[in-house]
Design a protein around this ligand. Structure first.
Ligand code: FAD
Length: 495
């Protein structure tokens, strides 16, 4: 069975490895000159920056495929609240309890209860929602999933994440902290169903991890494994379209750099909107095209990669500086399509745990604010005002902690990514980070399936399809696709 995988994002690499390890002949086509898609790296003047993801959960999704050296972080994130509170979310419960006591956040009991709820929600649903196709009746009637309809009330998809958090926590700071998990799939906590409160389970019950060589080593590991398994890579190879047989249901091959190549099976790791809008030949229509056009994309991001001359013990690997008005910030992102003037800032410094990521005495700062999807805004103007707002906020915070520093003066190298560049580099629809948003009760049910009856030998993997975006879910989609293909092959093989 000759298979083409289109796109070398983490899911494309994983599915290529899984198929090749079962003896399938796989060619992987990538429009860029390097693998990884949204997971990439920049090296400049002795600094190394991971350009996309920074938080790594469920490492077993990688190590099931190939060995990866990684470790657990003691503190999953250092939070800076507008009232001056600094709060470390330690993964060790005793330490977390002490942190709550020393910061006057009297929520330890509620945090523990919430994390237990997230665990139960995850245990109840992961098998059906995350690790199997959600669009096959046979998965719903499996023994282990039969209990779900009886426990529908536990899924809490009728209330929003924010309302559930407000109900659970008395302290506004902890409500804001738990609301933030909506951004882990690019959604708004004021609209996303409370079911998504299960996201915190991954980080706090199962752990926040970091690969020893930085996030990009996940890509390197999968790429090397794919090579070892005989996958052939074709870089600088944009798949411009597919060809079909007379029935319009069986793809026969792809067009790449002006050449037609025949394949028995195609696996798309590209954004499904890109597939629907650009890769189908005239006369063949995606059956869900209308729905895809109407779907709200997840949020995007504006990122500054700064090589900073100086070291700041005040900061940890992951740091959040919250806005004073979270609700307004999400209104700007999803309703106005603009950046809020006082954005929540995320600062990631891998140098804290990977010493070679910046020269001695310096730090590699990845500074990100959530951004709306790209609808043609004037990004150069928005980048410039966001840069000033970020520098002002960080300098003011440092001053409030007794540190006089002008970060702008310490930047010796700078790179910038915006929704526009993310879209251009990865062909992700409107620069979304996680495919479609989960800003509605039905969003989980409406994610694009991994397979459509109309296209018999085309499969879909990656962040824009079921079960969703983010490294672990993309890797789960690769696992689902491989499993489904294997099952189909078994059915076809005469006994
Ligand atoms: C700034 C940022 C921060 C993030 N933070 C986190 C985080 O902390 N934790 C986390 O888990 N996730 C995070 N994510 C999300 C995560 O990076 C993505 O969900 C995941 O990497 C997407 O992988 P994918 O397999 O869908 O493919 P993508 O990474 O989207 O790659 C698709 C690839 O396909 C190629 N391609 C597309 N069309 C074609 C074509 N026609 N022909 C050839 N090649 C094609 C593209 O060039 C690209 O290389 C973040 C993403 C970004 C951008």
């Amino acid at each position: 069975m000759k298979t083409a995988v289109i796109g070398s994002g983490v899911a494309g690499l994983a599915v290529a490895c899984r198929l090749a390890s079962r003896g399938v002949k796989v060619d992987l086509f990538e429009k860029n000159s390097t693998p990884g898609g949204k997971i990439s790296e920049i090296r400049d003047k002795g600094y190394r920056f991971d350009t996309g993801p920074s938080l790594f959960t469920l490492p077993s999704m990688v190590t099931d495929i190939a060995g990866l050296d990684y470790f657990e972080l003691e503190n999953s994130c250092r939070y800076f609240f507008p009232d001056g509170t600094e709060f470390n979310f330690y993964n060790d419960r005793q330490r977390l309890k002490e942190e709550c006591e020393s910061t006057g956040i009297r929520e330890f009991g509620n945090i523990a209860a919430r994390l237990q709820e997230s665990r139960e929600l995850y245990d109840l649903t992961a098998n059906l929602f995350l690790f199997n196709s959600f669009h096959k009746l046979s998965n719903f009637i499996k023994e282990e999933n039969r209990k779900i309809p009886l426990k529908l009330h536990k899924l809490k998809f009728l209330s929003t994440m924010h309302s559930a958090n407000k109900k659970r926590f008395g302290d506004k700071r902890i409500v804001q902290l738990f609301d933030r998990y909506a951004t882990y799939n690019g959604s708004s906590p004021y609209r996303a169903p409370a079911t998504l409160n299960m996201i915190s389970h991954l980080e706090h019950n199962l752990g926040a991890f970091f690969p020893a060589g930085g996030i990009y080593s996940i890509v390197k590991t999968l790429y090397n494994k794919a090579i070892e398994l005989g996958v052939e890579f074709r870089f600088n190879s944009l798949v411009s379209s597919m060809e079909f047989d007379k029935t319009g249901r069986m793809a026969t091959g792809i067009q790449v750099n002006g050449e037609y190549l025949a394949y028995d099976m195609l696996v798309c790791d590209c954004d499904v909107n890109h597939f629907s809008d650009n890769m189908l030949p005239p006369g063949i229509r995606h059956p869900l095209a209308k729905r895809l056009q109407k779907t709200e994309p997840s949020s995007s991001a504006l990122i500054f990669y700064w090589g900073v001359k100086g070291e700041f013990p005040l900061f940890d690997v992951h740091n959040i500086f919250f806005t004073t008005d979270y609700k307004k910030e999400f209104e700007y992102l999803f309703v106005k399509g603009e950046l809020y003037h006082d954005p929540t800032i995320y600062l990631f410094i891998s140098k804290k745990v990977v010493s070679s990521d910046a020269p001695e005495g310096c730090e590699n700062w990845f500074v990100m604010v959530n951004a709306p999807a790209n609808t043609g805004q004037d990004w150069s103007k928005m980048v410039s005002s966001a840069r000033s707002a970020i520098l002002k906020k960080l300098n003011t915070l440092l001053l409030s902690k007794g540190i006089t520093a002008d970060i702008g003066q310490l930047i010796e190298t700078e790179h910038i990514a915006s929704p526009f560049t993310i879209e251009k580099n990865t062909l992700s629809s409107r620069g979304s980070l996680y495919g479609s948003s989960s800003n509605s009760m039905m969003s989980a049910f409406l994610r694009h399936p991994n397979h459509l009856r109309k296209f018999r030998n085309i499969w879909f993997t990656g962040g824009s399809v079921h079960p969703g975006g983010g490294i672990p879910l993309c890797l789960a989609s690769a696992m689902i696709v491989d499993k489904e293909i294997e099952e189909r092959e078994k059915k076809k093989t005469p006994k």
